[in-house]
Design a binder for this molecule. Sequence first.
Ligand code: ZN
Ligand code: ZN
Ligand code: ZN
Length: 104
Amino acid sequence: MIGIEEGYTISLRSNDNGISHYCCSHCSYSTPYKGNLKSHLVTHSTVRPYVCEVCNKTFNQKGTLKRHFRLHSGERPYKCGVCQRTFAQSYALTYHKKAHSHMT
Ligand SMILES: [Zn+2]
Ligand SMILES: [Zn+2]
Ligand SMILES: [Zn+2]
């Protein structure tokens, strides 16, 4: 347990349909599921429990560490459907695809 609830207030508000929402006190995020708010609060937390074992960079979310780790592992799961080139990061593929759209 990393104590993500410390310093955060979880307020319960009802919308027009009478459905209660857990509201983040740091931004406009709200969700009917307490578990979702808990994982959302990690994005505001300075706790970064996920450490890259290669370069010791720290991350506050497991998914972020996973994406980062691909830089080291050489895994390239994003593939361009036009020229079959592969990319490690989704934004790199998005950027690459723009190059195709400029070609005529
Ligand atoms: Zn928030
Ligand atoms: Zn790393
Ligand atoms: Zn391509």
